[in-house]
Structure formats: C-alpha cells, structure tokens
Design a protein around this ligand. Sequence first.
Ligand code: ATP
Ligand code: MG
Length: 386
Amino acid sequence: MSNPLRVLPGSTIGILGGGQLGRMMAMAAREMGYRIRVLDPDAGCASRYVVDEQKTARFDDVEAAVDLASRCDVVTLEIESVSTSVLEELAKTLPVRPGAAALHVIQDRIRQREFLQTAGLPVGDFRTAFSASELHEALTALGGQCFVKAASGGYDGRAQFRTELASDAMAAWSALVGPAAKDGRLLVEKAVRIDQEISVLVARSASGEVAVYPPALNHHIERILAWSTIPAPISASLAAQAEEIARQCVQGLALEGLLCVELFVERGHLLVNELAPRPHNSYHASSIACQTSQFEQGVRAICNLPLGSTEATRPAAIANLLGELWLAGPPRFDYALELPGVRLHLYGKNEARRGRKMGHISASADTAEGATELVKQALARLTSPA
Ligand SMILES: Nc1ncnc2c1ncn2[C@@H]1O[C@H](COP(=O)(O)OP(=O)(O)OP(=O)(O)O)[C@@H](O)[C@H]1O
Ligand SMILES: [Mg+2]
C-alpha cells in the first residue's frame, strides 16, 4: 500500500538554508535520486553549485519560500533561524519537516530550556533575564561565573557573554542587547565545570520510527567545535543515558527529521546544553564511522523512508577548518592528504574569514583516539608541513 507521508526518490526536496549543512544534505539527496532546491539570503552560499535551484531570499520571506515550495514535494531546513511563519505557511500545501511547532521551541533558548526542564531532563542551573537589573540578580543568584546567552540568534559561541562576577551584568547587557538580542531576552547559565562534551544525533521519520546514533565526543576551542570523534570513548552506561535523553527529546518534540542533542559531562553526570533540529557539525564523521551518514539519514527521515542503521563500524574523527587557516596563503592540503586514511571536505565558500567554517578533515582508524590523533596531525600539516 502506498504511504501518503512518503516522498519517493525522484521527487524534489526544498532546503531552507544553503550553508555547508544544506550542501552536504543536498549531495546525499542527489545521490539517492532526489532533486534539490535551496533558499538562502546569500547568492554565493555553499550549496549553490550542487543544487538544481538556488533562490536568494531572507529566511522570513514568506512569498519567496512559497514560490520555491511550489516546485518541491517536501521542505526541510538546515538552520534554526528560519521564521516559523514561513514553515506554517508552507505546511498548508506540503510536508514541512521539521515543522513550525518543534522549531518554535528550539529556536529560542528560553523555550528550549523550559521544554527540557518540563520533560524532566537534566539541565544546569539557569535563570532568565529581561532587564539589566534582572541580569544582575540572576548573576548574583548563580554565583557570578556564568554564560549569558541571547535567547535567539547565536551560533558558534556568538551572542554569548562570559561573566566572572555579578558586577559584569552591565557589560553583558550592553554587549548582548542590541542586534543580538533585540528584545532583551537572555538565558543566564551557571558555568558548568565540564569534564567532557558529547552529542547524540537522533532521527525520527514522519511515521514515528526513531534511530539514535552512538554519542560523539566534542572538543571546543573558544566555543567553536574544533574536533569531534565517533563513537565517543565513554562508558557504555553514560552512552546509554545520553541516547535515552536524545530519544526523549525527539519524541517530546514530535520532531520529524534530525535532532542533535549537545550534552556536558560533569563529574560523571549528564546535562543537556542545547538542541539543534538539523544535521550537526559533530556528526560529519558519521559518513565514515557509521553505516548511514547523518545526511542520508536526514533525507530518509524527512522523506519518511525506512531509517538506516546507525551502527558505528569503524572509529572516525573530524577537525574543522576555520578561515584563519587561509590567512598566510592556501593551506597545504597536499601535505595533509599524504597521511593514510585522511580525507578532505571543503564547502566551496568564496571568502575565508576568521572563525568561519570552510571545511573539515576526516579520518578513520582502529581506535577513536587514533582517529582523533590523525585529524590533528593532518590539521598541523596544513600550515607547517612535516
Ligand atoms: N553553561 C556553560 N558552562 C560551561 N561551558 C559552556 C556553557 N555554555 C556554553 N559553554 C561552552 O560554549 C560552547 C558553545 O555554547 P553553545 O553550545 O551554547 O553555543 P552555540 O553558539 O549555540 O554553539 P553551536 O551552535 O556552535 O553549538 C559549548 O559547547 C561549551 O563549550
Ligand atoms: Mg552548541
């Protein structure tokens, strides 16, 4: 019997967002025989050369999104700053996965925290603040050492302010309440003494099938992901707890598509940091570590195909290539690729800027530690050939 929720290969997928995540999703979709149309405000976005159509428009341009969707069979997103009114409008005529309800919760850090807390999932101490004096009170209550985050609009550690003392309230308020947090809604988190950072990717299809990946181990430098390894070399019990949290999150949100749950490990206990309703940087290694890459899994989930196996067959790691690597001329990819098992992934971005994710290096090895070591060695070779 045909399944009305199913979008078969040969159909067209619309992606809101044409950054590297959209690009890699488009490449996986194309391999499976789909056509892809992308909407992005930047005409030179990373997806432009790998899609059938790239429409240049803002993420709150309902008319442009409706026009693009008129040539699609299903619509998804690769960035959470897409306006929910766009998703609501599109959902009148075609499946939109994930939908407006899940995005509404996730795209706002305060609503996201409240969802996690209500679901009984572990989160660190936090307060909300809607004025400078509330921020001062929150910092005082939490002990001064905090991460103050704009409720919406941040990524890669942007729209955040690290405080040491309650008296930093005014500086944090002026830094964040402006373009980053126009409405002055802030989430104030007590700084967690992080032992490890991990993430868990979970896919849920429109018919409710759920597949959870083994956790990834993530290392951040200056709040940007530097490298990531699958499977995380952590205890089986911690991995099982993290996977159960991810399952509860995706089911609690009834999210269709991919959800990545970022977690902190603090003295053996898990705390959820944040959620992302899309492919995630920490699962780029899934293409070589797992039976099914995150991008193929995302396509299967939004098209309501059977989900692929998430089994990790060989440890693998990635290291991000940030724009600063290009400062002294083109990185020496040729030297990095001399290392056996090392692969290069560039996103086709036309301008290298400090902190901008330009690509990544991946490698597999017999152990998670070995794979991590290999990508670090490859990274070092880019700027100082061995
Ligand atoms: N409460 C906290 N305690 C300790 N470290 C934190 C806290 N919040 C954030 N960090 C650090 O900053 C990093 C980035 O924070 P967060 O994930 O909130 O930001 P983001 O801008 O959404 O990042 P991304 O979109 O790249 O995941 C975390 O991975 C962690 O290393
Ligand atoms: Mg994060």
